[in-house]
Design a binder for this molecule. Structure first.
Ligand SMILES: Cc1cc2nc3c(=O)[nH]c(=O)nc-3n(C[C@H](O)[C@H](O)[C@H](O)COP(=O)(O)OP(=O)(O)OC[C@H]3O[C@@H](n4cnc5c(N)ncnc54)[C@H](O)[C@@H]3O)c2cc1C
Length: 388
């Protein structure tokens, strides 16, 4: 085994959150190592795939507020890397009239003066042809929203990190963490010593936290990422101006349904259910439940008559859910030099630049730019003392 190597900071996990955190640390002149268990790029965590939705439409003010800065930081990365990472499409949000969640989205957008349009039934059919608004539903469009090119974004931020002297070691699984004023990190290839670590291990967060004596109430679920064929090519394409959309939970589904215009695979529209069935991240493909696909098929038959109601492609991804679906952004309760970014609950990608900045601030002992109380570990104690 090679001699022990030293770094100012080690980030564990090179998904979107670890990559942005490592980049921020390097920007702050910290000699930083980013460790990844698989050969990069890989498709076994939560950050792979070509697209994600970016939006300001949220029920909670804190997320809309964070998104203000995120858009600027995404644009900065586009400029620095010289690649397009964002395409504005708008987000069509549909929800049952008087539905609490839908009303909260609308109120929060209005309070934050986010550019938006309310669509009544007539305008809906003019603006969004080939889509049926379910009976009793209302709709609005968050005009700031769009598509992020996910794989491209991760490549871009990792390259920027390396340009600043940051080191990425992939195919190097962290096998042990020994906490202390100096943290010792053992991997399948090496032993490292560092002043601080950041754990951004996605679905494997609890596995790593075991070495630090902490378990968080996280649930890992497998998501069937479904692509549906257009009956007429380009009917729902980005070029034709079809927006991203979210249908909030309603009569037919307990969770949101979301979609993105056809783009990455010509003629195929990505539409997914915002929930899946529990899985072990190392055994992801043993989870073969497809009940979400039944729900999606019913929705497509009813609302998107221009799509073949049978998925043409099904890929896999994972969410790591917290009980309240808010993130974990905090220091370890027993070790202030171990920072944790976890539980992104299926909506963390768009926040990557601000999550990276926040985890970096925590790691450097700085006052965080945002009120992190919704994201602190202690909130779980109130929910269930036995979970920790
Ligand atoms: C189908 C799908 C659609 C989504 N859509 C959206 C969307 O539209 N908008 C949005 O904002 N978000 C979306 N998300 C959520 C978003 O993609 C995730 O919140 C985000 O990717 C989580 O990133 P992460 O870095 O925490 O985890 P990951 O990407 O899983 O990264 C963790 C990394 O840690 C590595 N690792 C784990 N253990 C070890 C170890 N012991 N040693 C070394 N490395 C290790 C893993 O291999 C992995 O690469 C979606 C997610 C999915 C699955």
């Amino acid at each position: 085994m090679a001699a022990v190597q030293e770094y100012d900071c080690i980030v564990i996990g090179a998904g979107v959150q670890g990559s942005f955190t490592a980049h921020q640390l390097a920007k702050n002149n910290k000699n930083t190592l980013l460790l990844e268990q698989f050969i990069l790029p890989h498709t076994r965590g939560s950050s792979h795939g070509q697209t994600r939705i970016i939006r300001k439409a949220y029920e909670q003010n804190i997320y809309t507020h964070m998104m203000e800065e995120c858009y600027k930081l995404w644009a900065q990365l586009e400029t620095d890397a010289g690649v397009q990472l964002y395409r504005q499409t708008g987000l069509l949000l549909m929800g049952p009239q008087n539905n609490h969640s839908y009303k909260q989205f609308k109120k929060n957008l209005q309070n934050n003066k986010v550019p938006m349009v309310l669509l009544n039934n007539d305008i809906f059919s003019q603006q969004i042809p080939y889509m049926n608004l379910p009976d009793g539903y209302e709709a609005l469009v968050d005009l700031t929203a769009g598509v992020l090119y996910a794989d491209r974004a991760i490549k871009a931020v990792q390259e920027q990190f390396q340009k600043l002297g940051g080191v990425i070691r992939d195919k190097e699984m962290v096998t042990d963490i020994k906490p202390g004023p100096v943290v010792t990190v053992s991997t399948s290839a090496c032993v490292y010593r560092t002043k601080s670590i950041v754990i951004t291990a996605g679905p494997w967060a609890n596995k790593l936290l075991t070495h630090t004596g902490l378990q968080l109430p996280l649930q890992v679920v497998k998501i069937n990422v479904c692509y549906w064929k257009e009956k007429v090519p380009s009917l729902y394409s980005l070029k034709q101006g079809f927006p991203c959309f979210i249908l909030t939970e309603g009569e037919d589904s307990n969770h949101d349904i979301y979609g993105l215009p056809s783009n990455e695979y010509p003629g195929l529209v990505k539409i997914c259910y915002h929930m899946g069935k529990e899985t072990d991240p190392d055994q992801r493909d043993k989870q073969t439940d497809r009940s979400d696909i039944d729900i999606l098929q019913r929705f497509i038959r009813r609302c998107l008559p221009g799509l073949v109601p049978e998925p043409a492609v099904v890929e896999s991804c994972m969410y790591t859910l917290t009980p309240d679906h808010h993130f974990v952004l905090d220091c370890h309760p027993s070790y202030s030099n171990i920072v944790i970014g976890a539980g992104f609950s299926g909506h963390g990608f768009k926040f990557g630049p601000v999550i990276g900045k926040t985890l970096c601030e925590l790691s450097l002992g700085q006052v965080p730019s945002y009120d992190l109380s919704p994201f602190r570990i202690r909130r779980f104690q109130a929910m269930s003392k036995s979970a920790l």
